[in-house]
Ligand binder design. Sequence first.
Ligand code: PMP
Length: 398
Amino acid sequence: MSLFTAVEMAPRDPILGLNDQFNADTNPNKVNLGVGVYFDDNGKLPLLKCVQAAEKAMMDKPTARGYLPIDGIASYDSAVKTLVFGADSEVVTSGRVATVQAVGGTGGLKIGADFLKKLNPDAKVLISDPSWENHKAIFTNAGFEVGTYKYYDAANRKVNFDGMLADLNAAAPGTIVVLHACCHNPTGYDITAEQWAKVIEAVKSRDLVAFLDMAYQGFGQGLKEDGAVIGKFVAAGLNIFVSTSFSKSFSLYGERVGALSVVASDKDEAARVLSQLKIVIRTNYSNPPTHGGAVVSAVLNDAALRAQWEEELGEMRVRIKAMRQKLVDGLKAAGVKEDMSFITTQIGMFSYSGLSKDQMMRLRSEFGVYGTDTGRMCVAALNSKNIEYVCKAIAAVV
Ligand code: PMP
């Protein structure tokens, strides 16, 4: 009898588990469309030039690595505020946003969830159906009961917006609603500006707490365009939570750079909120790591590097869009009769292909093409060399 005799094997993470399976696959043509990572047209994970330039400058002037403040690098936090809310935004100039550096977007969500649990322990959390798998796990592990609001209409390949709105309007006051700010993961379907206005109205009239997860800013229509939704929540006078991830937009996945911003009602409130966020951080991991935050801060706070970043981010965005079109055309050329043009109306890194679990399993076993069982494929992993193969593989299973 050991201390761990009764410990059960936890289920594998569905996506990271898929990665292991992919790595073990000996098919020379294998393509990994499972994990949400952007690869360039050569199938390589990019190291952005702006990041290299910032790192080179840092290497030229090496610094010792002391502890960072609990809330991270000050210039990083202020750059995040500017990016998320705009430099001239009243919430920033009046000092009523509390921003902390976080360990990735995941860390931002977790800090927010732990703080919310202390603030309102009885609140329920609603996430979209479907959502990024970790949303449910993060809020459940923070102690919340997590339910869903309707989102995807599989039959009509669109957002079930009436259902979504009805669910929000039926939520109890204080309910925390996790919203994908842009590039919905996993479906690739975002709601329109008019629909956002209705969501904001519901959040306001039902006294809900909006937690906006911004993991793909810049991958939808552009940095500003994707960020506009945040400004609308702010304009409605709401106290919101925004998690930020630079994993994809800086291709800095492993550096774990993210943030949490909380919009309070005034400067004094923001200071009190910040002090509580710092307690959450201090008791979890004390303070964030130095390197990734320093790189992102260096890029965002330097006009030339920032311009270079926007250009590189734009290239990623444009390449994904081109791949969507190539996928639609390629599927048609491969003999798929069904109209697949919905793929170009989706946005961001993912496409809900509409393929069944059986079809996704066949793609894997017969062709080495890996997507999730739910039919999600990462369009950002397609390139001019693998697209034809993927199209033929899909054509063979549908
Ligand atoms: N939110 C969503 C919707 C995501 O897709 C991801 C990353 N897959 C994250 C948050 C977490 O990002 P990070 O890797 O920076 O923790």
